[in-house]
Design a protein around this ligand. Sequence first.
Ligand SMILES: Cc1cc2nc3c(=O)[nH]c(=O)nc-3n(C[C@H](O)[C@H](O)[C@H](O)COP(=O)(O)OP(=O)(O)OC[C@H]3O[C@@H](n4cnc5c(N)ncnc54)[C@H](O)[C@@H]3O)c2cc1C
Length: 429
Amino acid sequence: MDSSTASLLRSMNRRKFLHGSGALAGMGALGLTGCAPARRVAAPAVGTAPPLPFYDEYTPLVPIRAHADRIFRITVCLRPFRAAGPRRDIEKIGSKTIVHNYGHGGSGWSLSWGAAAGATKSAMAAAEGSNEIALLGAGAIGLTSATMLQRAGAKVTIYAKERAPYTRSSRATGSWTPDSRVALASAVTPTFAAEWEEMARASFFMYQSYYGMAGTPIEWTDRWGLSDAPRQPGARAAGVDPNVRTDRPAPVHDFIRLNDRIADLTPRPIVMPAGSTPFPTPYVTRSSSMTFNVADYSRQLLTDFLIYGGKIETREFHSPQELTELPQKVIVNCPGYGGRALWGDESIIPVRGQIAWLIPQEDAHYGLTYKGLSMLSRRDGIVMQYSKGGEDEGWNDTNETPDRTFAEEGVNVLAELYSRMAAMKKKPA
Ligand SMILES: Cc1cc2nc3c(=O)[nH]c(=O)nc-3n(C[C@H](O)[C@H](O)[C@H](O)COP(=O)(O)OP(=O)(O)OC[C@H]3O[C@@H](n4cnc5c(N)ncnc54)[C@H](O)[C@@H]3O)c2cc1C
């Protein structure tokens, strides 16, 4: 097939997809032509490969330079996990109204805008006409809540002991993972799934307004799932669910799975035909997901907050009583894992996670999972999380000291993958 025929076929295929899958209607329903997030008309079928190759010379895939001496830092973060899901209730302390917004586990960035919308509604109602609101915390949840409050007309002062790059949010992977370690199925209320869905959809919708900006705070990148063994029999739709990873042990805790409720928002992972990708593993899936380039995105959130008249004060609180010293009547409380000490809230369980950062590669924009390793090539660094214990790893572990040996083990897994890939390329046809 010559290149003009290939190009024609590609364009026909795209048109066929847009009309055939309901994607055009979906764009409108998604709010791209309106202003509210909504369901798409129909989700595309799972696991069907279009006739043209997915991976080809038009989408070159740059190998990651996986060498331990390219690690420029190792960070550790504690996910603020609550078995019942994020805390969102309202509490009175003296004359102050506290609107809680913490405990988003491994989903804080992903759910942030939806969580912020809920907190804003509660805070504005409690403010009863006053538009001065205090907000504790400058992580993912605090910055987005402050922004939403401003958009609702409030004058906001953030009080926080740390801001980026020192917050725990600055040490996240930066991926759209709205149901990652967000609650236990056995501990949630019957309304939790619907509340979660509302949060996730509201967040997804708001993220769309950050695409295409200078500094690329948010973008879509490809995600590859690589495996040397077939997916477990019985895994949904021939094992194309990215949550069902066979390269790590099944979790002991019954982490709730909710992504099916929003499956219409993002492209489904597709099982790639054998030999159609440059990867050496026999089993490969491909999808696309949102990447949060956290360094730029945090800066942008804070800059916007300040431009719109927000104030930020560095301050540490040692007890809830100290909050009564603030001049504002309503306080939105977004302390993340810090809520455990500040509120004596032992329902927050730390789930430790470590990231090794490799020097960014300007031309590599994708992520992959392979043998317990999760790699995402972001603009501000190539983030690598390695795990031998699966989702339970780090459960109730408060140790925030980086483990260099473990980080290097992860780099070696990636190095082995790319050396296999290079060897495959060198083989004569
Ligand atoms: C390894 C790892 C990878 C992750 N990857 C992702 C991902 O890809 N996608 C995703 O959506 N989520 C991810 N997460 C989860 C995400 O990082 C958290 O859910 C999120 O950071 C929580 O944000 P937060 O604003 O609630 O808390 P934080 O970022 O901890 O912010 C809390 C704020 O409150 C302030 N504060 C706390 N206590 C006090 C006090 N006593 N006085 C004054 N100020 C106080 C802090 O200084 C800070 O400003 C990941 C987590 C880990 C550990």
